[in-house]
Ligand binder design. Structure first.
Ligand SMILES: O=P(O)(O)O[C@@H]1[C@@H](OP(=O)(O)O)[C@H](OP(=O)(O)O)[C@H](O)[C@H](OP(=O)(O)O)[C@H]1OP(=O)(O)O
Ligand SMILES: Nc1ncnc2c1ncn2[C@@H]1O[C@H](COP(=O)(O)OP(=O)(O)OP(=O)(O)O)[C@@H](O)[C@H]1O
Length: 485
């Protein structure tokens, strides 16, 4: 594992953001090698008595003392999973580069203590896992490698979730609502009941994934209106509160300082809004379409059949299945690509894509599923896990105004970082787009591409049931289908 001299200064790392599983810090020190990089660290359950909680180093040291020496999460292969497995499917250019680095425990302990007061209340049930020996250095995708002091970079993070309505013939008739309402829209009602959200989101992923520019634009407006955990805004790497006003002010290249200070200073008027530029980028880039089609094609059997396979294969004593290895995931992706023409898949209309997809499975719901060979059952469970990764990733789109000459695609390379093992360098591909006669540079990257666990399959099944049952109980089958306008 690489050790990088000069990286382990706690005071040089600032809290950036966190999800359920990882916490991310951005570099704010003087070393130019780490400018525009972030550090991604795994979290673990807070395993100490809450009465003793002091949100400081005692707490973290307790964790360090009680936890086993080897972290229960072996994350060392996760960077390879993202680049090799997801890279095969999505295209390597869209997958964020992660560099695995060694983590001294004292560094983690001090880091955890220093950022604790900055963390949101809702995430405090977990802490940085101070037993992890490996973390990841990545590019800060809210900014460009080459900063332009005159043109601020505006970044939007979208967690698009499930971009398809399942047409799987394996879905039981009584669960047919899944063919009309998307999982995100149905899940909103469950989240409301559970107190996870206070109001329903106006966003529907089916519109975002539609590739129709006006629907994409409408769904971006909906995300701004109800961002939940699906939309974040950054200006020069600083996270901003999402609001219509902030978005209107962040007309790319407008008076950014006033947005950062959240003032309502008079805006410079531009004909083009950030939403328009984003809609163009999302409709133009193949990423979103590829993501949606892959999510659907890799989930051809739906969790209902996947769970049946899981039950048929699971060891009755341990009631589990071994987690797939990296090699097994690679083989699964390769076998999927053998039966799928990725280029054709991108060009086909929805109906043809679904028909091809169904035909390529090799068996149907009318067949005796007990007779499907075990190896094939395992294969489809792993495909389903790949789909789960793609259903939970986020997309970062970073934009800045540019001159006409700068909108040709180009690659920027960060100065090499010398580790004790080798030199590593980060790269980014910068594209250009012209909207309403104004030129912009952008990059688009997928983050959070961790492998999902096979042990979660029964939980996925339970969640599916809970979401559908609750939706049918409170709404029924009376709303218009998602995607029908
Ligand atoms: O099942 P979902 O759709 O709720 O997804 C979970 C996410 O909830 P969301 O609905 O996006 O708010 C959830 O996000 P939040 O914690 O709600 O922000 C995680 O991303 C979770 O992944 P993991 O278990 O940490 O690997 C996600 O779990 P997976 O289903 O991806 O395993
Ligand atoms: N390379 C990056 N550049 C900039 N910001 C990043 C980067 N990676 C992560 N982040 C920020 O940190 C947040 C948490 O990271 P990440 O999505 O990997 O966590 P997670 O726990 O896996 O998320 P989830 O709960 O969705 O599974 C992201 O939502 C994003 O705002």
């Amino acid at each position: 594992m690489a050790t990088i001299a000069g990286l382990y200064h706690v005071e040089h790392w600032q809290y950036r953001a966190e999800g359920n599983a990882n916490l991310v810090l951005c570099y704010a020190g003087p070393d130019p090698r780490f400018a525009t990089t972030v550090l991604r660290l795994r979290k673990t359950d807070r395993a100490v008595d809450r009465r003793e909680e002091d949100s400081g180093s005692t707490l973290i040291s307790q964790q360090l003392n009680v936890a086993p020496v080897i972290s229960k999460h072996d994350v060392s292969k996760e960077s390879v999973f993202a680049s090799k497995v997801i890279g095969l499917l999505l295209g390597e250019e869209f997958v964020e580069q992660l560099i695995a680095i060694a983590l001294p425990p004292e560094f983690l302990v001090s880091l955890a203590a220093s950022i604790e007061p900055l963390r949101p209340q809702s995430r405090l049930h977990k802490v940085i896992d101070c037993t992890q020996r490996v973390g990841f250095l990545a590019l800060d995708h809210t900014q460009f490698i080459q900063r332009d002091p005159k043109e601020p970079s505006v970044a939007v993070e979208i967690k698009p979730k499930w971009g398809f309505l399942s047409k799987s013939t394996f879905i039981l008739k009584e669960h047919g609502i899944k063919k009309r309402k998307c999982r995100f829209c149905m899940y909103q009602h469950h989240k409301l009941k559970a107190g996870q959200e206070l109001s329903l989101s106006e966003y529907c992923p089916i519109d975002l994934f539609s590739t129709s520019q006006h629907l994409v634009q409408d769904s971006l407006d909906a995300l701004v209106q109800t961002p939940q955990n699906n939309f974040r805004l950054f200006v020069n790497g600083e996270q901003q509160t999402v609001s219509r006003e902030a978005i209107a002010q962040v007309i790319v290249g407008s008076d950014v300082e006033s947005v950062q200070q959240n003032t309502t200073a008079p805006q410079r008027t531009h004909s083009t809004s950030l939403i328009e530029v984003l809609a163009r980028v999302l409709s133009e880039s193949p990423l979103l379409k590829r993501l949606g089609r892959l999510q659907q094609a890799l989930d051809s059997l739906d969790v209902e059949t996947i769970h049946r396979f899981y039950d048929q294969l699971a060891d009755p004593v341990t009631t589990g299945l071994p987690e797939p290895t990296l090699e097994e995931f690679i083989n699964t992706a390769e076998a999927f690509l053998d039966r799928t023409d990725l280029d054709a898949m991108m060009d086909e209309d929805q109906e043809t894509f679904e028909a091809h997809n169904e035909a390529s499975i090799g068996f149907g719901p009318e067949d005796n599923l007990e007779e499907v060979p075990d190896s094939l059952k395992m294969h489809f469970i792993r495909e389903f896990l790949l789909s789960a990764t793609l259903k939970d990733c986020s997309i970062l789109i970073t934009i800045r105004r540019a001159g006409q000459a700068e909108i040709r695609p180009s690659m920027a390379i960060q100065p090499a970082i010398r580790t004790d093992k080798s030199d590593v360098e980060f790269r980014e591909i910068v594209h250009g787009v012209e909207v309403n006669g104004e030129c912009y540079q952008y990059k688009i990257t997928c983050i959070d591409l961790d492998p999902k666990k096979i042990v979660s399959v029964p939980m996925y099944m339970k969640k599916d049931r809970a979401i559908v049952d609750h939706y049918l109980a409170v709404v029924g089958d009376r709303e218009r289908s998602c995607g029908s306008h």
